[in-house]
Each structure stands twice: as structure tokens, then as C-alpha cells.
Design a binder for this molecule. Structure first.
Ligand SMILES: [Mg+2]
Length: 389
């Protein structure tokens, strides 16, 4: 069995475009979106004001002893890269490429005193994804085959962005709007939140899913009232209404809504332990782990197995190919999220462009994955990467 000969971490500059948090001011994703900082007026205009873009991407390469290279990506830039180079490296280099379970367990346990979630888990996720990619390259198999094979011919997607009306015409099954206002914006903001869905419902017709992504910006009274006000317009789900640590509000919201509107969350949750709490407490109808943040694919399969036993769907947060291979192989992941990274959400563009080449995108809202080994993407040699030392 091939062994890991080297591991390298790189930060990506702004021109790499791979961290979707890092966009110019005219991009919808940094426009008016309710968030945990909206309560502070000086930070409420754009998520750039409080620094959503400070980290950038980290790229991890793992190289086998025959020179084959696997690539993984996460959010975290030079800081996550430092953790990889100075701490995680020792658990990976010299190990058989297949020993992913032991490598993950050692990375998790050795970082327990400062890790568990957040930046450290992003770093572990990037290493884990690079190891899956490497194993796929060595075996000349796509990652979905390593995961147990395809359970469907093609993937279908809903689109996240400000133009569900356009997403419908592009063949998506639904559209998820970013919520603009929260309790800091008073009654005018509340009415505007409701009116936006009403307008969009009139534009897309009755059969197209509409959802609201609240990006951790609400409190329980507001979320409950908003969901109830939107029942006439058939809102399918209310996403990430509260900060991730407030499991109790998620449970109460879900009980209050009685599945009339689904409650979803999890994009900022980590590991099987975090998701165990969400599931045991009955916090969500759908969990939405981000495979580049929650612990990588090795951990996502465990999170999803737990969710299966609770009859909760696992629909990963964005993350393009890193989610696609998972989606293709899981019976309880019947659709996926496509993040509209076009500045006006008027066209389908690859999420990790220009950093990654060969990244597939849905056509007519649908996607068939090729048999390309690993995740089927490669680093763009024209994008400068800075080695983390
Ligand atoms: Mg979200």
C-alpha cells in the first residue's frame, strides 16, 4: 500500500476566488443579509464590515510515495495552513494512504485542547478531503465509488441566491433566498421579509420550492412569527434561524411549527458529536453539514448515518464537488444545494473558479458526475498559491 510522503498547505489570495465569503462589494452574497452582527448598526450593511472575508481559502496537497497528489480545500487561509504544517502533518506523513480513520482520530484527539470545531476542524476537513482525492487517484476511481457507489443517475439541485425566479427558469427545483432583515429592523423589516416571499411566490408559481436562509440572525419569537406569516406563501423551510449553540431555540421552533414549515440547520455545526445534539434534541428536519468544515468526508458519512437513524435528511451546505460525490452515494440525500456564485445570480458559474479546473456545474438544474478519479477537479496552475511555513 502506498504511503503518504508529504503534505503541503497553501493560502489562496483574493484573486483565487475560492473562498465564497471573499467577494467584491457588488456581489449579492455580501449585500444586505441579516446575520449575527446585524444588531450593531455600524456592521449591518454588509458582512464584509465585520470581516467575513478575513480568512480566505486553505488548499492542502497530500502526496503519495509514487508522486501522486490529492487536493483538499477549506476556509481558513494561512491560519488553517499553519495548523496543517505544524501540527496535523505528523499524523499523516508516513502513514498508509488508506489509514484515513486513524489519521482522522489522531488529528481530532491531538487538537482537542484548542480545536473540536471552527478553524481546526476546517484544517482537518481539508486534509481529509485531500486524502480521499489521493485514494481516488491511486485507485483510478471517483470518490463516489469509494463511498459505496452511485444510488442515482443524476443529481438535482435547488439554488441559493436572490433570484429564485431566474433559478426556476434554469431548471432548479427550488430557490433559497437570503433573509434581509431581523428584529433590529423593526416592523418595516418584518413586512419586507414577508413581502419578498409573496412577490417571489407570485413570480415562480405554486410548485417551486421557496426557502429562507436566516444565517444565524433571529431570535425565537421573530423566527416563529416569520414562519407563521409565511405559511400562506408555502415557505418550505426556515434555515439556520439561530446561532449554532442555541440548540434549545431550534427545538422549540421545530415544535412550534409542527412540520408545516421545515426547520433546517447545521452548516456551522461540526463532527458527529455536534450533530448528535441536534438530532437527539429534535432540532431539525434536515441537517446541512458543510463537508469542508464539519470534519471532511470521513466525518460526514458518520454524521449522515446518525441522521439516517433519526429519519432526518442530510443535504450538505454548498461545497460543489466535495458534496456532489457524497450526494450521489447517499439514499437519504435526494437533492443538493447549488450556491449561485454569479454576482447577480443571473447565471450558473462554478463555485471554486478560478482555483479549481474541470469543476462540473448543473445543466438545467441537473448534474451527472463523470468517472474521473478522485473528486474530478485539479488545481489551476495559473492561480498563485502561497506555501504556509
Ligand atoms: Mg445557509
Amino acid at each position: 500500500m502506498r504511503k503518504v510522503a508529504d503534505i503541503r498547505a497553501f493560502s489562496v489570495g483574493r484573486e483565487g476566488g475560492s473562498d465564497y465569503h471573499r467577494q467584491s462589494r457588488d456581489h449579492w452574497i455580501v449585500g444586505r443579509i441579516a446575520n449575527p452582527m446585524t444588531r450593531y448598526p455600524e456592521y449591518s450593511d454588509t458582512r464584509l464590515a465585520w470581516g467575513m472575508d478575513v480568512l480566505g481559502s486553505v488548499v492542502v496537497e497530500v502526496e503519495a510515495d509514487d508522486g501522486t497528489v490529492g487536493v483538499g480545500v477549506s476556509t481558513g487561509g494561512a491560519l488553517a495552513g499553519w495548523i496543517v504544517e505544524h501540527h496535523l502533518k505528523r499524523f499523516v506523513v508516513g502513514q498508509p494512504v488508506t489509514n484515513r480513520e486513524q489519521m482522522w482520530d489522531q488529528m481530532f484527539r491531538a487538537t482537542m485542547f484548542y480545536g473540536r470545531k471552527g478553524l481546526v476542524m476546517n484544517a482537518i476537513s481539508a486534509v481529509d478531503l485531500a486524502l480521499w482525492d489521493l485514494l481516488g487517484q491511486l485507485r483510478q476511481e471517483p470518490v463516489f465509488a469509494l463511498l459505496g457507489g452511485a444510488v442515482r443517475d443524476e443529481l438535482v439541485f435547488y439554488a441559493t441566491g436572490p433570484r429564485p425566479d431566474l433559478a426556476r427558469n434554469m431548471g432548479f427545483i427550488g430557490g433559497k433566498l437570503p433573509l434581509e432583515f431581523n428584529s433590529a429592523d423593526g416592523e418595516d423589516g418584518f413586512r419586507a421579509n414577508v413581502a419578498r416571499v409573496e412577490t417571489m411566490r407570485n413570480a415562480v408559481g405554486d410548485d417551486f420550492w421557496l426557502m429562507y436562509d436566516c444565517y444565524m440572525s433571529l431570535d425565537l419569537p421573530y423566527a416563529t412569527r416569520l414562519a407563521r406569516a409565511l405559511i400562506p406563501y408555502g415557505l418550505k423551510w426556515l434555515e439556520e434561524a439561530f446561532i449554532p449553540d442555541d440548540y434549545w431555540s431550534y427545538r422549540e421552533l421545530r415544535q412550534a411549527l409542527g412540520m408545516q414549515t421545515l426547520v433546517t440547520t447545521g452548516e456551522h455545526e461540526s463532527t458527529r458529536y455536534g450533530f448528535r445534539l441536534l438530532l437527539e434534541m429534535g432540532c431539525a428536519d434536515i441537517i446541512q453539514p458543510d463537508v469542508t468544515w464539519c470534519g471532511g468526508l470521513t466525518e460526514l458519512t458518520k454524521i449522515a448515518a446518525l441522521a439516517d437513524a433519526y429519519n432526518v435528511l442530510t443535504i450538505p451546505h454548498g461545497s460543489s464537488v466535495y458534496s456532489y460525490h457524497f450526494l450521489l452515494s447517499r439514499p437519504n440525500s435526494p437533492f443538493g444545494e447549488f450556491l449561485m456564485m454569479h454576482p447577480d445570480a443571473t447565471a450558473v458559474v462554478p463555485m471554486f473558479s478560478p482555483l479549481l479546473l474541470d469543476e462540473p456545474v448543473p445543466e438545467n438544474g441537473r448534474l451527472r458526475l463523470a468517472d474521473t478519479p478522485g473528486f474530478g477537479v485539479r488545481l489551476n496552475p495559473d492561480v498563485p498559491l502561497e506555501r504556509v511555513r
